[in-house]
Design a protein around this ligand. Structure first.
Ligand code: GRF
Length: 214
């Protein structure tokens, strides 16, 4: 897992594993920030950690190549990004295409990049949500696997909206990672595969489970 911040998504994945809902082994949590809460959580859970400081590298590309070499050395089959606040070099991530997912707090393709909650509110949107997508070289632009929607309330501000969405992000990410671990979700040249069918629309998190959109 790659994270730059507090690590609430990592916490949700670890809880799911501990409850028997996620058949996965955590082999590494890596960060570009020594202060990331995700690292403390990983240490507490006995998961190996790695911190690389981008300032110790001559450029972004060499940082990314070193980071991804070390991730490969960890033996990981799947790389989960949650709040990893860096754009990754295409050469570093190419070997991981189809094995790397990101959680993004918007209904992609809306609001790639930052400040997604503010942008949804400013646009007067009636609903907002989060997406889990396969990572490609295009920022927040890879094939979307699944989404969760929430209604925007008249008294929502950026913080309230983010707070209401976060627990749903956790459930969405856990469900997608569990389905990848179970071999139900994958990526091939045709797009996202779910139970041997190519998705034409992202899966939806509805009533506590992932469903194919009708
Ligand atoms: C989440 O809101 C995620 O959608 C976004 O960054 C945040 C990460 O939160 N990409 P955490 O560090 O997992 O708590």
């Amino acid at each position: 897992m790659l994270a730059s911040g507090r690590g609430s998504n990592l916490a949700a994945l670890l809880v799911a594993r501990d409850c028997g809902d996620l058949p996965a082994e955590f082999v590494l949590v890596a960060s570009d920030k020594a202060t990331a809460g995700a690292l403390r959580l990983a240490e507490g859970a006995g998961v190996p950690t790695l911190v690389l400081d981008p300032r110790a590298y001559p450029d972004r590309r060499r940082f990314d190549l070193d980071l991804f070499d070390r991730i490969a050395d960890s033996g990981a089959d799947l790389l989960v990004m949650a709040g990893f606040m860096r754009i990754i070099d295409g050469d570093a991530l190419t070997p991981w295409i189809g094995r790397m997912v990101n959680i993004h707090p918007s209904l992609l393709p809306k609001y790639r990049g930052l400040q997604t909650h503010r942008r949804a509110l400013e646009a007067g949107d009636r609903e907002h949500g989060a997406s889990v997508h396969y990572v490609t070289a295009e920022l927040d632009g890879g094939p979307v696997i699944a989404q969760v929607h929430i209604a925007i309330k008249p008294d929502d501000d950026e913080q309230r909206l983010a707070q209401r969405l976060l627990p749903l992000e956790h459930r969405l990410l856990v469900a997608v990672v569990a389905d990848i671990a179970a071999g139900k979700v994958s990526l091939d040249g045709d797009g996202v595969q779910f139970e041997q069918e190519t998705l034409t629309q992202p899966l939806q998190w509805i009533e506590g489970r992932l469903k194919a959109a009708s």
